[in-house]
Ligand binder design. Structure first.
Ligand code: GLA
Length: 769
């Protein structure tokens, strides 16, 4: 990405009106008050300005490009940097420069709307991206372009950085744009640096500030609650600001995640329309502002939620905001989501290009009611089923206040002697003897008021000392801003691994939100309470960073009483996530469908449970469109169900490469149709798997009167289509020997023949050579 280098002369002309950046070297910049010499210089400068007014202004144009898209930044004649373009990239880079001349944005305010990082308190009267109070109490900030550079990280990844400075105060902001060329994904963040002699206070410190040109914008965002996550809503954005945010603290996504889509001009479909998919990579409070200005363009500001989060920056310190991740497509949501999948598996999700363990979990099978013998019995079930691992869930720990219900014990991470007299080590040994790996559940950020930890370390708990405690699921949150708590949380995991080196899996849960956000630690350290929400997440990441340094590969599930904490901040430490506690398969079709826009299927833990009485085949087929697991008592399965399940585990092994690493195409949307249909195809388009599910139980002779058109195949190739996961004793209505062209399958389609008697149908598509 070319960055225009300016000569000193150009730089001087560029900053004619920019007194202090020109005249005072940054480090010795005199804050606020002018001394006589600066006044003298100013007078000289003014003379210079008048005499050189006829010289041509140099603008700096910075294209931030991926394979298909570009965001272009350009300085105005006062050295302020704005976004002048966002969309498909132009064939000739030099033509970007002329884009503004085609826009007729003339009101007094207009030049401020497109700021690439809108500062508060000076020339801007719209929603800011950054708002600070200087050491002297002044609340104004102006940011002018200083320099930019683009570094090649590798053949696919570039990092563009743009330095902006306040001409008056010694504060600077560097905007970073990390571009993933082939994936068409950009990660954007900013670093705010305090060059003043004393602390400044930041009221707002967004990660990114985009400006999107268009006439109409449609925002898809998600709301939810426990067991009912990821409910989509699409709004036409009108003038004013639409904000989506979270103030929940820990499991910030429970009400609303930061993942969203913006369609340009009209709502995008799977294969048509301009659409931006984005999210903040941050596991705490966030805020996204979508502001339509009076030219109908959209200002998008994404970052940590400023709510109760004023942050103090000491002299010389800098603050790095979390990444805002986005992709843009001209060809609808399908392509945009595949961009994110490709990026996530290659660059973000831990072991995204690797494999995953199938498992048997005991949560819904036993809840808290188990002991050593019962568990050892369940290991045999895991082996019988053919899965890779047994996962021991909640209830294995605490002695003074045993964890026999969700009302006690969190924080006391010692094996419960009554349930597990021989400890975890014995279970690991027995599981290995039974031929399966062993994994374990923890919820290390939490504490039960009924626990020894709470009795010993009330000062480690987030709570308002003089107010009544308020619980979420009978528990409180530990104060991860405190390094001692970080050590404790790290120690919970480190001890488990040290004692049991063959421990194969961790389910890391997080079930409470933060009420009464007060930290005894911050108080003692003399730091503002308003840093708690931010320092909590930073503390969490520190722990995870440390853990990953010592245990880089152990698979870990990111769980939060369902999907309360799924984001690309956390997923760099986790191999997978738990989308919802709701495992009803029909509900899961909708929940998994929506998550699939933002996260690859390899990361989605889908468990087969007894939550619903729908046939086991249906439940299994739904679980297969992600990372499959079980949460049932295997010994309770009847003969046919067991036979079916054993076959299903084998089938899953044979198709898992497609689901984990293939390209996802959504074919029939369950929100608008009686069925859901989606498929994964491999890179050379020689193999695919198509999932079809009935989502409507009203009487219909057939839920699929019409064929389903496949995607992602090669029109010129020949294929057969075979049904798999057929329940024992039933037969398939699909003819496995018929040969179709890819052209036929993608133009006419194939009818999966879904109806009440065949509520789910899995079709394997194989190339015939
Ligand atoms: C949360 C998780 C469940 C289970 C329970 C245990 O709700 O989402 O899967 O682990 O906690 O208490």
């Amino acid at each position: 990405m070319p960055t225009k280098k300016m000569t000193d002369k150009e730089w001087f002309h560029q900053h004619l009106s920019d007194r202090s950046t020109k005249l005072i070297p940054y480090k010795s910049a005199t804050p606020k008050k002018f001394n006589s010499s600066t006044v003298a210089w100013s007078t000289l400068l003014l003379l210079f300005v008048t005499t050189s007014i006829s010289l041509a202004q140099t603008t700096v144009t910075i294209p931030v490009e991926t394979e298909k898209n570009a965001m272009v930044l350009q300085t105005d004649n006062e050295g302020r940097l704005g976004v002048i373009y966002f969309g498909s990239k132009l064939a000739n880079t030099t033509e970007y420069e002329g884009i503004p001349s085609q826009y007729n944005l003339k009101s007094d305010n207009a030049p401020t709307y497109n700021s690439c990082y809108t500062p508060a308190g000076t020339w801007n009267l719209i929603e800011p991206a950054v708002q600070i109070t200087h050491a002297d109490g002044n609340m104004s900030l102006d940011l002018k372009y200083v320099s930019s550079e683009t570094k090649k990280i590798d053949a696919n990844v570039n990092l563009t950085s743009v330095l902006l400075k306040d001409p008056l105060y010694a504060n600077e902001v560097t905007l970073y744009y990390k571009t993933y060329y082939k994936e068409n994904v950009v990660e954007q963040w900013s670093v705010i640096k305090n060059g003043e002699k004393k602390a400044i206070h930041m009221q707002k410190y967004a990660s990114a500030n985009l400006y999107l040109m268009g006439n109409d914008f449609y925002l898809t965002h998600y709301n939810g609650t426990w067991g009912n996550e990821m409910k989509p809503e699409e709004d036409h954005l009108s003038h004013g600001i639409k904000s989506i945010d979270s103030k929940l603290g820990t499991r910030a996504n429970l009400l609303e995640p930061s993942a969203f889509m913006v369609s340009f001009d009209k709502p995008a479909t799977e294969d048509e329309g301009k659409v931006l998919l984005g999210q903040l990579a941050w596991s705490g409070n966030f805020k996204l502002d979508f502001e339509v200005d009076n030219y109908n363009n959209l200002r998008l500001i994404a970052g940590i939620n400023p709510y109760a989060s004023e942050y103090q920056l000491a002299a010389g310190q800098e603050f790095t905001t979390p990444g805002f991740i986005y992709t843009f497509s001209n060809n609808g949501k399908g392509e945009a989501s595949r961009n994110l999948h490709h990026w996530a598996t290659k660059y973000r999700l831990l072991d995204g290009e690797g494999s995953r363990l199938t498992l048997l979990n005991n949560w819904e099978a036993t809840y808290f009611d188990f002991d050593e013998n019962k568990l050892v019995g369940l290991f045999k079930g895991a082996k019988k089923l053919g899965v890779d691992m047994f996962l021991l869930d909640d209830g294995w720990f605490a002695n003074k206040y045993p964890r026999n219900a969700d009302t006690a014990g969190l924080g006391d991470w010692q094996e419960n002697k009554k349930k597990l007299p021989h400890g975890i080590g014995y279970l690991v040994k027995e599981a290995t003897a039974a031929g399966v790996k062993f994994g374990i559940w923890v919820e290390p950020e939490m504490v039960s008021p009924k626990s020894e930890l709470y009795e010993k370390h009330k000062d480690w708990v987030i709570r308002e000392i003089d107010r009544p405690e308020k619980y979420y699921r009978h528990q409180l949150v530990l104060d991860l801003s405190n390094p001692a708590v970080q050590n404790f949380v790290y120690g919970v995991l480190d001890t488990l691994f040290t004692k049991n080196p063959t421990l194969a899996f961790i389910k890391w849960d997080c079930n409470a939100v933060i009420y009464n956000a007060h930290s005894a630690y911050l108080q003692k350290a003399g730091l503002p309470q308003s840093q708690l929400y931010v320092d909590y997440v930073k503390g969490l990441y520190k722990v995870l960073e440390r853990l990953r340094a010592k245990y880089p590969t152990v698979p870990m599930m990111l769980c939060s009483g369902g999907g309360g904490r799924v984001d690309y901040g956390a997923l760099q430490y986790f191999t997978e996530y738990w989308p919802s506690d709701n495992t009803d398969p029909v509900e899961r079709i909708f929940i998994q469908w929506e998550y699939s826009y933002f996260y690859p299927a390899i990361a989605s833990c889908n468990h087969i449970t007894d939550w619903s009485k729908l046939p086991l085949k249906f439940r299994t087929d739904v679980a297969m469109m992600g990372k499959m697991g079980y949460d049932i008592v295997v010994d309770k399965l009847n003969e046919k169900d067991l036979q079916f399940s054993q076959q299903a585990v084998t089938n899953y092994r044979s198709i898992s490469d497609l689901v984990w690493h293939g390209d996802l195409y959504r074919l029939v949307n369950p929100n608008k149709n009686p069925i859901a249909s989606l498929m994964f195809s491999n890179t050379d388009k020689s193999r695919a798997i198509v999932f079809n599910y009935l989502v409507n139980t009203r009487f219909m002779p057939s839920a699929t009167p019409l064929p389903v058109q496949l995607k992602g195949l090669d029109a010129a190739k020949k294929y057969t289509v075979k049904e798999i996961n057929v329940y024992p004793g039933t037969s398939s209505s699909i003819q496995p020997s018929t040969v179709y062209s890819g052209n036929f399958l993608m133009t006419v389609g194939i009818n999966p023949d879904v109806h009440l008697g065949r509520a789910s149908v899995l079709l394997e598509v194989n190339e015939v050579k």
